[in-house]
Design a protein around this ligand. Structure first.
Ligand code: AKG
Length: 271
C-alpha cells in the first residue's frame, strides 16, 4: 500500500514529518549547537547572518543518535527505496536580516525576483528519481534532505523555500517557474521538511526578529559518490561497533553488495 506521505512526496517532491524531535531533544540540540558555535575553530562556514556547522556527527554523539530515530530511515526506505548512506550532516543558526525593519526594502525583497535568487538543486530530475517497479506511476527519490527545524518557523521566519513540484520539471529557474509555484516550508520546532535534492529550493532571509536553528541530514545510496570533505573519516568509522550504523555513516559507500541489500531495515542495537 502506498502511504499518504509517499503519495504527497510523489506529487510535490517534499513532505513534512511532524514531531520528529520532542521538546527535551530540541533544547538539547540547540544548546549543543550554541556550544559548538561559540568555538570559532569548529566552524567551516560563517557570514554575518548565518553560522554553518558542518559534519555534525563528528562533533557530538547526540548527532549520531538522530540517525537512529526510527522514522528517519523508515522514511528514507519508503521514499528513497534503497539502502541509505549519510552524505552530510550540518546545522545553521540563522539570524534575522539587517533590513527587516525597513518596510520599503522588505517590500522590494519580497517582490523582486532576486528574492528567489539562489534557487538551486544538486541533481536534475532525470538523475534524481527512478521508477518503482512494483507500483506503476510511483517513483523513488534516492537523494534526500531532512531539514529539521529546532525553532518554530512561521511565515517570514526563513523557512526553506521550494518550487513546489519542480522535482519532475527540467530546466533552470526561469523554466521551472512557468509551471511551479514557490512555497515556504513553515514548520513547528521538531518537525522535518523532507525533500529530494531535485526539488529547486533556496534559503530566504529572515524578515522577523526570530533566529532560526536547523539541522540537515542528507542521505544517498551506497553507489553514489560523496564529496570527499563530507565523508566520515575511516578512523571514526572504525570506532563504531554497530555494523549497520557504520554502514550508514559511510562504510557501505562503493560496496556493490550493500547497494541491493534488503529489506532495507537497520538494526542499531549494540551487540
Ligand atoms: O537554509 C535553508 O533554508 C536552505 C539551505 C539550502 O538551500 C541548502 O543547504 O542547500
Amino acid at each position: 500500500m502506498i502511504s499518504e506521505m509517499r503519495q504527497h512526496f510523489e506529487e510535490h517532491g517534499w513532505v513534512r514529518l511532524e514531531g520528529v524531535l520532542d521538546r527535551e531533544k530540541i533544547n538539547a540540540y540547540k544548546s549543543t549547537l550554541d556550544r559548538i558555535a561559540s568555538g570559532i575553530w569548529s566552524l567551516t562556514g560563517n557570514d554575518v547572518t548565518t553560522t554553518r556547522i558542518d559534519t555534525l556527527i563528528l562533533r557530538d554523539d547526540s548527532f549520531i543518535e538522530f540517525i537512529k530515530i526510527p522514522c528517519i530511515l523508515e522514511a528514507y526506505t519508503e521514499i528513497g527505496g534503497i539502502a541509505a548512506t549519510l552524505k552530510n550532516s550540518w546545522a545553521f543558526i540563522k539570524r534575522p536580516a539587517d533590513f527587516r525593519h525597513n518596510a520599503e526594502e522588505v517590500q522590494r525583497y519580497k517582490q523582486d525576483m532576486s528574492y528567489r535568487k539562489g534557487w538551486h538543486r544538486g541533481s536534475v530530475p532525470k538523475w534524481g528519481m527512478y521508477e518503482d517497479e512494483c507500483h506503476p506511476g510511483m517513483h523513488h527519490f534516492p537523494y534526500l534532505n531532512f531539514f529539521v527545524f529546532l525553532t518554530d518557523v512561521g511565515p517570514g521566519d526563513g523557512g526553506t523555500w521550494a518550487m513546489d513540484k519542480s522535482h519532475k520539471v527540467h530546466g533552470d529557474y526561469a523554466e521551472v517557474s512557468k509551471s511551479c509555484e514557490p512555497i515556504e516550508a513553515t514548520c513547528r520546532a521538531g518537525d522535518a521538511f523532507l525533500f529530494t535534492e531535485s526539488l529547486m529550493h533556496s534559503a530566504p532571509h529572515i524578515l522577523t526578529d526570530n533566529t532560526r536553528y536547523s539541522m540537515t541530514y542528507t542521505f544517498i545510496p551506497p553507489f553514489y559518490c560523496n564529496m570527499r570533505h563530507y565523508e566520515v573519516p575511516e578512523w571514526f568509522l572504525q570506532n563504531i561497533r554497530n555494523d549497520d550504523l557504520r554502514g550508514v555513516l559511510g562504510e557501505w559507500r562503493g560496496k556493490l553488495d550493500q547497494c541491493y541489500r534488503g529489506p532495507y531495515t537497520y538494526n542499531f542495537e549494540d551487540v
